[in-house]
Ligand binder design. Structure first.
Ligand code: MN
Length: 135
């Protein structure tokens, strides 16, 4: 039994593109995170409620519910009000940054992902949040 396992932060990755999902998983694999995946917006909402992740990596273009809508719905649930949500998006249209932040995301990363940057960004955001933000 490893104490490290029970202390590991849970990260939910909501991403419909298998290659992007694999890339994010492989990039974060060396770190002590518990990684959970969801492949569309509805599954993202359901799994978020099941596992109560410490941080969510949220693709914006998703089947069923897009990442902005998933983020808006999560923010209405008290337990997720302060959960860090990092958007990942290929969108780079004027106004996208504002829409993403207005939906409730804390930060966003542009695709193609800079995999050398990702672990540091995630660690930095987690370092500023307290686990299990139930008030
Ligand atoms: Mn997508």
């Amino acid at each position: 039994m490893s104490t490290a396992k029970t202390l590991a932060r849970t990260i939910l990755i909501v991403e419909d593109n298998p290659q992007s999902m694999n890339l994010i998983r492989m990039t974060l694999a060396p770190y002590d995170y518990h990684l959970v995946g969801a492949i569309d917006g509805e599954e993202g909402l359901r799994i978020a409620n099941e596992v109560r992740p410490d941080l969510i990596i949220m693709d914006i273009q998703l089947p069923k519910l897009d990442g902005l809508e998933v983020t808006r719905r999560l923010r209405l649930i008290p337990v997720f009000r302060q959960t860090p949500i990092v958007a990942v998006t290929a969108l780079a249209m004027p106004g996208d940054r504002e829409r993403i932040l207005a939906a409730g995301c804390d930060a966003y990363l542009v695709k193609p992902l800079n995999i050398r940057e990702l672990p540091g960004v995630i660690a930095q955001i987690l370092a500023t949040t307290v686990s299990g933000g139930v008030e």
